[in-house]
Ligand binder design. Sequence first.
Ligand SMILES: [Zn+2]
Length: 315
Amino acid sequence: MPLSTLPKTSLRLTEHRLLGENVSFQLSPNTSGPFESNAPDTIVVHFTAGSSLQSSVDVLTSADSGVSAHFVIGRNGDIVQLLPTNQIAWHAGVSAYAGRTDLNRYSIGIELDNAGQLKPRDDGLFESWFGKRYDKSETIEALHPNQSVMGYWHKYTDIQIAKTASLCRLLCAHYPISTLVGHEEIAPSRKVDPGPAFPIEALRKLLMLGAYEQESQSHKDNLTNEIAVRQETHERSENTVHNKKGRVASVSANTLNVRKGPSASFALVDNTVQKGEVLKILETQGEWAKVSFTKIGWVNTQYINEISERLPFEG
Ligand SMILES: [Zn+2]
């Protein structure tokens, strides 16, 4: 089922509670209370590395576990909300991103039911840490930016990705969300979720456009298509892209002009990125680099310094 457009969604958010078809609520006791003002401004995507939606909900609602999240999305698209979206959940752990630590204080946590990284077996099947076996067709072979060798990753379902996108759009409409990150990006020395099987760059693009109402619907549809295309071509592209290792750079200019294309003649996308901030390099063309932060655009490489990926996040 290719995602030609986001399916029409019945999801809505009322008083920090998600309502709609196939949505349920099961309260987790694991919260630090309400967010401070101006939060949440970030969404963190995770995989559960669990065996089922229910088993993950059980863990995330158990007082003993010390973990929680706002939402868990099943492989059939069912969504279970565990905390109202104005309450702090415990999903990020020790974390740092863009100069802030303890991302739980700023973020909505979305967990996707997915077995995570799988081990290849001698018989051609792939095994999760909890012993379930998967056919090769259920996996993606890809290099995780935080790892040094190729790995096998449990695929997400189309409906799961579509529901995640719809939920993120809804959250962006209700809260001042400026950042979408994977857990692996805010705790790179500990975490590999949601991993290479999740199309996070395409989702970032989609959400960025969602905030710009002057963009045409056809343009939005193109980007929605890109999520599907990216999913379908993921296995191939992961093997061919030159940017296998996650490349990052810090900003060396006091003001960085981020443009729509790889030359100074393209329109500005952003000029608020500050000296010292860290960007992800997606690709380079001549002296221009396509970078991702809360937005995606092109910068002249003379104003950034490429650095070792883990450096800015550790310590
Ligand atoms: Zn996680």
